[in-house]
Ligand binder design. Structure first.
Ligand code: B12
Ligand code: SF4
Length: 494
């Protein structure tokens, strides 16, 4: 899980198979202090979206190096290799690009890192796609066919989202993910926090919605009982979320999504989410210190009100996975203990911790650069698990140790026990899930390698789904103040 597969020597001089495109998600090292299970929860939509936009005259294949099936295939030799690039796996992406180019393939790079560092990516590719690949990919393939390939292709994200073809999920190995149904309904976010990738220079991503019917059609077509919405913030527009929930109800699936905590402004909306099958939310609390949130320009309810809002999710049986960023300028060495204490006091079923990371091209990166606080530009380490800048009130080592301490504390037997649901009936399921997700990294390695992820999880998901259907019935007969406690196995983890 931490070392990329070794690439065999490149074999040049073989003929390429024309009209054959290989799409690759490169390997990235996983943080052994966090859960390995998270990485096979659900795939990124980047490559399935590109596959969805591929003309019918092209054969297309998917390869995800993180599924531990060895190096990517080169037999037959693909005509075109499309690689998605994030900064944490940029180095690996470039290595793969070199390897395929040596074998005569035409290599196209796209993704977030290509958008923030196009000149760097260009050195390794025949062509780069800056921005929305869904629009660019068919044009790139046409130019490959006609021998008129350009070096740069650019498209912003402003065209109506409903024009995007549905992602082609049939290219995914279904057995290798907890669910293949990564689904997106909205693009963008009503916030623009200074540390978020959405604030990257040159990224114009206005808030866009897919038609509700498109979303439910995609879900029905993939036929999975559990769906993960990978939207930055599914709750940016409450009226849309309410309509989506209404349409999801008859599908009788369970789902999770990332939302901002202000979705609890209207508890009746949270109730609608539960009635539509929502079992877990991923909430970016970021920090319990209001000064940090103001510095980041995050428009959010005050941290003092977070606890009350978490209780609203719990009231409707929705588990909360809280995301916390450590190392902001108002953070002092007590931030670690205070954050974990808060997570335990509010019984968050899960939490993820991230070391503050200045992504290139963001206001935060520029600020730290101005202040001479960027320690290095080794993108491999820009994965929110390494300290890449000089923190204000502690040393980089203290921040690193504090981050590791937070995870060791959260995954400890004592903390898992202290955060158990208040409803005793829900405790066995919670414990099973917690131990599987948080304390079984060796087991995950085996499951992933032997392509057993879906097999092991499917019965748990089905159990969760059935339990949730009963819970929805109870919820319907309770008045608005009624309480339904979290009883699910499945939580949001993206
Ligand atoms: C699903 C997801 C995951 C999954 C799968 C990741 C994977 N690479 O396999 C899991 C849960 C494993 C995961 C893990 C992590 N993730 Co993540 N993840 C996401 C999430 C929620 C959705 C990604 C997605 O599907 N987007 C939708 C697709 C369609 O958009 P897209 O990737 O930009 O692709 C479009 C274009 O860029 C372009 N394009 C992309 N690739 C290509 C390739 C070609 C050839 C072409 C032509 C075009 C093209 O076309 C696409 C269509 O327009 C995003 C947030 C988000 N909502 O985007 C975060 C996000 C990508 N993750 C992020 C991070 C930090 C991580 C972690 C490092 C967190 C951690 N500490 O564990 C890990 C490590 C994984 C990694 N290095 O990528 C950051 C990345 C920040 C950055 N600047 O790079 C994001 C943006 C979240 C955030 N708000 O900060 N993640
Ligand atoms: S609320 Fe979340 S998704 Fe929206 S800009 Fe801030 S960090 Fe990014």
């Amino acid at each position: 899980m931490v070392v990329a597969p070794v690439l065999p020597p490149a074999r040049s001089g073989r003929p390429v198979r024309t009209h054959f495109a290989l799409l690759i998600n490169p390997f990235y090292p996983k943080d052994p202090r966090a859960s390995y299970g998270k990485h096979v929860l659900t795939p990124s939509l980047a490559l399935t979206s590109i596959a969805g936009a591929t003309p019918a005259t092209w054969e297309v294949r998917y390869w995800d190096e993180n599924l531990l099936q060895g190096p990517p295939p080169a037999d037959p030799v693909p005509h075109v290799v499309g690689i998605t690039v994030h900064l944490t796996f940029a180095r690996r992406a470039y290595q793969l690009a070199d390897w395929y180019r040596q074998q005569g393939c035409c290599v196209v790079l796209g993704g977030l890192h290509v958008l923030s560092c196009p000149e760097e990516a260009l050195q390794y590719a025949d062509a780069i796609a800056i921005g929305d690949g869904g629009q660019l990919w068919p044009q790139i393939l046409r130019d490959v066919e006609q021998g008129t390939l350009k070096q740069r292709y650019e498209a912003d994200f402003s065209r109506p989202y409903s024009l995007d073809p549905a992602p082609r999920r049939s290219i995914l190995p279904r057995e290798s993910f907890l669910t293949t149904s990564s689904v997106i309904a909205t693009r963008g976010c009503h916030n623009r926090c200074g540390f978020c990738y959405l604030s990257t220079d040159g990224l114009h991503m206005p808030y866009r919605l897919r038609e509700v019917q498109q979303v439910t059609d995609e879900i029905a077509a993939d036929g999975q009982p559990y769906v993960v919405f990978i939207d930055n913030n599914l709750g940016s527009r409450p009226t849309y979320l309410r309509a989506l929930c209404e349409a999801l109800k008859p599908l009788e699936i369970i789902w999770s999504a990332a939302v901002t905590i202000d979705v609890t402004d209207d508890p009746s909306l949270v109730r609608e989410m539960a009635l539509a099958g929502c079992t877990g939310v991923f909430v970016g609390f970021e920090s319990l210190n209001g000064g940090n949130l103001t510095d980041s320009r995050k428009r959010t309810p005050a941290p003092e009100d977070y606890a009350r809002r978490v209780a609203i999710f719990h009231r409707y049986g929705i588990q909360v996975n809280g995301s916390f960023v450590l190392g902001f300028d108002h953070d002092r060495p007590d931030v670690f203990e205070r954050t974990v204490e808060w997570v335990e006091a509010n019984r968050l079923e899960c939490a993820t911790f991230h070391i503050l990371t200045p992504y290139p091209g963001t206001p935060l990166f520029r600020q730290f650069e101005r202040e001479g606080r960027i320690l290095h530009r080794d993108w491999d380490k820009y994965d929110t698990a390494h300290v890449v800048f000089q923190p204000k009130h502690m040393s980089p080592e203290e921040l690193d140790r504090g981050y590791a301490w937070c995870y060791s504390k959260l995954f400890s037997h004592g903390s898992i026990w202290r955060r158990r649901p208040t409803d005793n009936r829900a405790v066995p399921a919670y414990l099973a899930m917690s131990y599987l997700y948080k304390r079984s990294n060796r087991f995950w390695h085996l499951l992933i390698r032997h392509r057993q992820t879906a097999n092991v999880w499917r019965p748990l998901i089905e159990l969760s789904r059935r339990r949730h259907l009963r819970l929805r019935k109870r919820l319907l007969i309770l008045d608005a103040g009624g309480e339904v406690r979290a009883t699910q196995f499945v939580r949001s983890g993206v």
